[in-house]
Design a protein around this ligand. Sequence first.
Ligand code: AGP
Length: 608
Amino acid sequence: MCGIIGYVGPDEVVPVLLDGLRRLEYRGYDSAGMAVLGHDEIGILRAAGKLGNLEQKAYHEPLHGKVGIGHTRWATHGAPTEANAHPQTDSGGQVAVVHNGILENYGRLRHELLDAGVELQSDTDTELIAQLLGREEGSLAERVLAVLPRLEGQYAVVAVHQAEPDVVVAFRNGPPLVIGLGEEENLVASDVTALLHRTRRVVYLENGDIAEIRRDALRLLDVSGGEIERAVDTLVWDAARVEKGGYRHFMLKEIFEQPDAIRNTVRAYLDQERRGVNLDGLGFSREELVRLRRIHLVACGTSWHACLVGKFVLEELTGLPTEVDYASEYRYRTPLVGDDVLVIGVTQSGETADTLAAMEMAREAGALLATVCNVRGSSAWRLAPSQILTQAGPEIGVASTKAFTTQLVAMVLIALGLRSARGLADETDAELVSGLQRLPQAVERALAIDDEIFALGTEMLADATDSLYLGRGILYPIALEGALKLKEISYLHAEGYPAGEMKHGPIALLQEGFPVVAVVPGGTNRNKLISNLMEARARGAAVLAVADEDADEIADVADLTLRVPKVHSLLQPVVTVVPLQLLAYHVAVELGLDVDQPRNLAKSVTVE
Ligand code: AGP
């Protein structure tokens, strides 16, 4: 969602802001803008559409200054037009504001301002913040303190004021903001990818914090105006990992980074000597673990698919009944949660609003709370007392790939940690540990499928408007994930189904040439799925299968088969999803689409 960057330092600010916004592009946006504190007035540039449009404007209407704020907007209130792009200003043009989030009392504030005679220039809730700040008195931080009680909803706001040309002020309630502490310069951004190339020293703002940022000083206030301190964290991510590194797209690079991402995640939690994991009880006490009766997994999108796989893994390995919920549903129902439930929020970004709200709810209900998260220092990371960090490194492509496969690995690691703490460990654990150690090589082999095979697969899918992805058992969630990947980046409709359900509705879709992508499981489920495919073939469907090397019988029913190595059944989802990610990628490239920043999507969904 919206990207925010702010800078105070010795450099000309426009290139710094544009560079920061480029690095935030992956979050998804539909307009962009910047404000620069100049000598006489705040210079504002805004443009609808891609960042290139803003760059063009900056070239033709140059702004100069050393302090400024920039924004990429993902529209919520008002269409993605230039007038609605950020920064928004007050009527006098004295205050400029960029904002991520939604003001829930937008309607009331708007009417109050209109009744007071304010002429609003946009449809945005953001302008209301600028107008409110403009009507107060004192320094910008004092104005923020006065306005805060009037704002309801989620916001991360960065503002500048013409009267204080050396200050940027940031405040948040919900969406994240992080301050970058540099040499003779300080920055603020909506996430660390915009800061990494300038500094590794960061301060995460908490909800309610107000930051007054100067070139050589950072002052933090709480909502009552008292000075507070926050720890300085050092980032471990390497700036090179947020570059494409010779790949055509971030998504492709990230797909190929999966062996390393998995290797790092396994290594981080493997206890070599005991041939087990060092996640004993996930850090919960013995008494807490003895009380444990159930597990709830909450997440959105691709992370939710990881949870569906997690259910199979956790139930089989721990015997604990495991429920999986969409976070957006969980937070609005009345789940039976108490201190005998372990709630795990699974989130790549650690900033997904619904997942955070579900986790918060579980914490208030007294549940044991953990997170599987890819971003150290993110909101989920700080909310959960128990954290399992997937070591995928920064994921820039909107379509999640390496974060997903490391989440699948994390599910197995968690199950092993719970088994060891509950005294369940036996030879299964050693088998899984060795399977986890060999997994990166298996994924490498899954990545080695010939491009010509993908060309054939692409032909089958790219010409159709719809397709059906079928799976069974632990590979059924992989069918859902394969379909989601295709939908997200190729805009082709794809439906994921458990194969046994085909006869109960979706079979009506089948006709000559209709593509059916079969994710072929092992065990008894294999023959069942093959029977389902026979039924599909009988109705003219074109079958593309993803199957392990042992599944010879698939050749009789599939028009095209993508082979993956056979690994431990609980790890099979990890290798099986790889060709489906690549398939979606090739289809989107063939259709000439923007693979890394698909339309309407945001990488980090910080509003509900
Ligand atoms: C994945 O390809 C998606 N872009 C999306 O479904 C994503 O998984 C979802 O928004 C959840 O994000 P999170 O893992 O950061 O919480």
